[in-house]
Design a protein around this ligand. Sequence first.
Ligand code: WQD
Length: 346
Amino acid sequence: MKKILVTGGCGYIGGHTIVDLINNGFDVISVDDLSKGSERMMLGVEQVLHRKVKNYKVNLCNLEDTEAIFNENPDIVGIIHFAAFKSVPESVAEPLKYYRNNLQSLVNILQCAQDFGVHHFVFSSSCSVYGNTTQLPVDELAPLAQAESPYAHTKQIGEDICRNIATVNDDFNTILLRYFNPVGAHESAIIGELQEKPENLVPVITQTAIGKREEMHVFGTDYPTRDGSCVRDYIHVMDIANAHTRALQYLIDGKNQERCEVFNLGTGNGVTVLELIHSFEKVTGQKLNYKLGPRRAGDVVEVYANNNKAKELLGWETKYSLDQMMDTAWRWEVAMKKEAANVGLN
Ligand code: WQD
């Protein structure tokens, strides 16, 4: 079995991707310092897979500790790099923390890939690199506008670093995956998004519906969209996960045309905030306590993907509908509540 190193493997997308990689015949090790990820995620991944997955509790900003992982695992054939801070508002409040962490960790993992002869590298990027694009649906050739936040800027810089390293190393191939809005949870409801105080829409909805939050606000209903609320391309986390497996296999099979290729990971469907809320209420039967409020600074009005390139070159298809995204997100929230109650009982 080919061994893959997943950085940030104890995080939301990292954990779900490990499930898909192992289900598709890869061997996987993880590195995650648990500053944002959690042991609970890895325990859930092992429960879903019925097998152990080793996580190295290492901060990738420490080059020596990172090199030790490669010395212990000389058979790593590919890397998927998720490990990064990803809160937009936190990056605005503490930009240096984001530039230092997200860029130093990337430089170190690339240094190790180069020094230890790892030829295949998948980089976790984001649709936020497009900024407030006017091209909709947005494709991979769209020009990148000014980043809306230091977080998005670290993703733009990260993409450039990966592209430049691939340009000078003819045995190094990289794929940049630009996620739109990952939501939902594994169908088992054993793993999902773990955030105590989320800012992203879907966990805010499920926490409001289950009573963890009193209420929630729709940030703006006066936008130039079909119902006045913002439009996003929500995509199930397991569809995102499978794209990583396919991207890695594509590189290992040498199918890439260039040494650095970019793919959008979205469904291609734009959904408004109010439409998503109505889907949630319909699917779960839960009445949501939401109020219409003012716009949130930094929000783009509308963004959704042209995903034809990933479909054609990676053979990737999205399998989950919006209703299934809402159903799995809700069942995960319910499962977390039961788990918390059981812990309380023990
Ligand atoms: C979606 C819509 C909000 C909360 C961010 C990052 C992006 C990626 C995904 C990492 C917006 C509205 C939200 C609420 C609301 N992160 N909303 N009430 O901002 O599209 O993307 O997360 O990769 O890089 O930028 O996601 O879920 O925060 O917001 O009305 O309580 O929901 O205004 O229109 P966003 P989001």
